[in-house]
Design a protein around this ligand. Structure first.
Ligand code: GLN
Length: 445
């Protein structure tokens, strides 16, 4: 059914970069055989899955949306891929993304842009736009994405699906191609909150292969989906509903808050005074880490190699031809911010502001259970609308970036329509308290 649906719609949506029809069929038949032989099954058995193309899949091309890795086949699986395999899902293929996860619209894919299934003229969001569109178009039941500054939640919001960014350290990053290692997290994109809980359960947990993986207990997320949020304390940051947020979004979020109140939650306005600096902070830290992480694509170790007269020339040719313009912009920004003489003024300063932002959240969470607001300031924009203006593109992540800087868990769930397009409600929780985030989202749904 999944392959049939892809056949029907993916020519237009273009959510996938590669589809492993043969592998998927083989796996389905094998699972079928095993079940007949009495092997136990679970809730995710034989469920078709899409994987963002920055998740390493053994023997299966993993491009990261980049021409530089167009033919790269990893020799091992990411931990999340192994974990999904252990619960018997079927990988259908790899989903489209902005090159190296840098972008908010999928227009930075080195191959072709993905279209929003709700309106093919509009972007699906990014960078996990392929993963969100694949679920929204019914091509797979769920997918995995990665979120460095909003890349799971913003596309979920644009495509009317559920997207969850877990706490930093909850899910192993082993085998996720690194963009900004101190911010990256893998998470699910699903049709509803219950599915998000199932998938999170399957992919969570300590992994010695990832030094930032947290050795903390993984609760039974499902048992928290009680539907009861009476007495829950909800904080609404005034910075998240003010200037720059589309009136249509504000209206839907206000309606959502009223619904939470009807369900018995206390709603109060709070302030996160330093979030105004979050985008500036992020665009120093993320490019700085990216410039270091992407140094490995030198034409020798991975993917594309362009010949040169000497070694330096080989590096230069490979990187000049292999990387797209946004990736080059980030490498230049990051290299500049890390260079001697500028390090203290930019990178170190950004790290200090990051701490202030984290402290803002901590103070609010001393008195409240969750923070609620919109996921993105706009609905899905038209393709081409923001492509020539990186700054407006960057500002689309203004509401999601602070959460990555603080390392917190956050979900985006559909909360209505504006101009016929989906609007996302963002629910942010305390570190490692995905259970409460899911409980609120599920009660709202
Ligand atoms: N859009 C943001 C960026 O371009 C966030 C991307 C992400 O979360 N991977 O950096």
């Amino acid at each position: 059914e999944s392959l049939k649906r892809i056949e029907e719609v993916d020519g237009q949506v273009r959510a996938f970069l590669s589809i492993d029809a043969e592998g998927a069929r083989k796996r389905a038949n094998k699972l079928d055989q095993e079940l007949k032989e009495g092997k136990s099954s679970g809730l995710l058995t034989a469920i078709p899955v899409g994987l963002k193309d920055n998740l390493s899949t053994e023997g299966m091309t993993t491009t990261c949306g980049s021409q530089l890795l167009a033919n790269y086949q990893p020799i091992y699986n990411a931990t999340v891929v192994e974990k999904l395999s252990a619960v018997q899902t079927i990988s259908i293929g790899k989903t489209n993304m902005d090159e190296f996860a840098m972008g908010s619209s999928n227009e930075n894919s080195g191959f072709y842009p993905t279209h929003n299934p709700w309106d093919l003229e509009r972007v699906p969001g990014g960078s996990s736009g392929g993963s969100a569109a694949a679920v929204a178009a019914g091509e797979v039941y769920f997918s995995l994405g990665s979120d460095t500054g909003g890349s799971i939640r913003q596309p979920a919001s644009f495509c009317g699906v559920v997207g969850l960014k877990p706490t930093y350290g909850r899910v192993s990053r082993y085998g996720l191609v690194a963009f900004a290692s101190s911010l990256d997290q893998i998470g699910p994109l699903t049709k509803n909150v219950e599915d998000a809980a199932y998938v999170l359960q399957a992919i969570s947990g300590y992994d010695p292969k990832d030094s930032t993986s947290a050795n903390v207990e993984v609760p039974d997320f499902l048992s928290h989906l009680t539907g009861d949020i009476k007495g829950l304390k909800v904080a609404v940051p005034k910075e998240m509903l003010g200037e720059g947020i589309d009136p249509g979004i504000r209206e839907q979020v206000k309606r959502a808050l009223a619904k939470l109140e009807d369900l018995g939650a206390f709603i109060e306005e709070v302030s996160l005074p330093h979030v105004d600096y979050a985008v500036a902070t992020y665009y120093l830290i993320a490019p700085a880490e990216a410039s270091s992480n992407l140094a490995r694509y030198d034409g020798v170790r991975y993917g594309m190699r362009k010949e040169g007269r000497n070694l330096l020339d080989l590096y230069l040719e490979t990187r000049s031809q292999g990387f797209g313009s946004e990736v080059k912009r980030r490498i230049m920004l990051g290299t500049y911010a890390l260079s001697s003489g500028y390090y203290d003024a930019y990178y170190l300063k950004a790290q200090k502001v990051r701490t202030l932002i984290r402290n803002d959240f901590e103070q609010v969470f001393a008195n409240y259970d969750v923070i609620v607001g919109p996921t993105a300031p706009t609905i899905a924009f038209k393709m081409g609308e923001n492509i020539d203006n990186p700054l407006t593109m960057y500002l689309n992540d203004i509401l999601t970036i602070p959460v990555n800087l603080a390392g917190l868990p956050s979900i985006s769930i559909p909360c209505g329509l504006s101009e016929g397009m989906p609007v996302g409600l963002q629910i942010i929780g305390r570190a490692f308290d995905e259970a409460t985030v899911l409980r609120v989202a599920h009660a709202f749904e």
